[in-house]
Design a protein around this ligand. Structure first.
Ligand SMILES: NC(=O)c1ccc[n+]([C@@H]2O[C@H](COP(=O)([O-])OP(=O)(O)OC[C@H]3O[C@@H](n4cnc5c(N)ncnc54)[C@H](O)[C@@H]3O)[C@@H](O)[C@H]2O)c1
Length: 265
């Protein structure tokens, strides 16, 4: 029994977007096809065939996508999230968008009205399943992130990474507050908060040092009779850890694959 292909549109053709496109194309069995790629810059998509590029995102319906995947910036969800969800399903990896409570509510409301679905991938979070499944149990969730300042986009916080010469705490407080300050760097914090006890009760610490080259994320969740601690240390390019592109592809596959085989959930 063969199933129809899932038609997928991609927004953002940088490090993650290009890798995910390749992974979808390289697996003919997965029952998914990319029907458009959109990026704000024509240079980013110049190596793609003209038919694959969607210059004007407002014309997304013309490609009849079953799922659109944002891999660009939280601004895309702010500008296009509900417009897309009026018509089709939407996965956004720039999860910091959800720290805006009004936007979160409008996404929820649109999916209910239109009968579509919005998805948040676990992305850089190890153990999101455990955080989610025990969300009613946790009394505290703490995130510690350590990076080089040169892997942090400090523009929104008004900080010049070149000015940071020693170990420095850039943020220490509720997760809701860190998201607008470092919107491209703390998607992991946002996904942990959303999965667990929310943006106001989750605690975020962001530390940087020019001495560090790897990215470290530590997650500590505590509740009665249960303690969860997870740590990951990995190399990082730009704002993205080495494991993220494969993680994003895996989630696209969980949502969109119609192929045969044994599927892990
Ligand atoms: N969920 C996670 O765990 C996780 C992990 C790492 C990165 N991210 C997020 O994923 C996104 C992509 O990361 P990346 O490393 O591929 O970045 P990148 O800078 O390599 O690529 C981003 C691409 O998106 C395009 N873009 C940016 N804003 C746009 C807009 N408004 N409209 C259309 N195109 C736009 C850029 O031109 C660029 O080509 C970032 O927002 C990043 O914060 C999420």
């Amino acid at each position: 029994m063969s199933q129809a292909q899932t038609r997928i549109g991609l927004i953002g053709y940088g490090q993650i977007g290009q890798a995910v496109h390749k992974m979808i194309d390289n697996n003919e069995d997965n029952g998914m096809e990319v029907v458009f790629v959109h990026d704000q810059f024509a240079t980013a998509v110049q190596d793609l065939s003209a038919g694959m590029v969607l210059e004007d995102l407002g014309e997304f319906e013309s490609r009849q996508p079953d799922l659109i995947v944002e891999m660009a910036h939280p601004d895309v969800t702010r500008k296009w999230g509900t417009t897309i969800l009026e018509k089709t399903n939407y996965m956004f990896i720039s999860v910091t968008a959800l720290a805006d409570a009004e936007l979160e509510a409008s996404i929820q409301e649109t999916t209910r009205r239109a009968g579509t679905r919005a998805f948040v991938p676990h992305g850089g979070v190890v153990g999101m399943d455990a955080l989610l499944e025990n969300r009613d149990v946790w009394e505290s969730v703490d995130i510690v992130m350590k990076k080089s300042p040169h892997n942090v986009d400090c523009a929104a916080a008004g900080i010049d990474p070149d000015d940071i010469k020693e170990e420095t705490t850039l943020y220490d407080g509720p997760t809701r507050g860190i998201c607008p300050l470092f919107p491209r760097n703390v998607n992991t914090h946002a996904a942990i908060a959303y999965a667990g006890i929310g943006f106001d009760r989750t605690h975020s610490l962001l530390q940087v040092s020019p001495e560090w080259s790897d990215a470290v994320v530590e997650i500590y969740a505590k509740g009665p009779g249960i303690n969860l601690s997870v740590a990951r240390n990995e190399s990082i390019t730009g704002v993205t850890g080495a494991s993220t592109p494969a993680s994003i592809y895996n989630t696209v596959q969980m949502i969109g694959s119609t192929g045969p085989g044994i599927h892990l959930r």
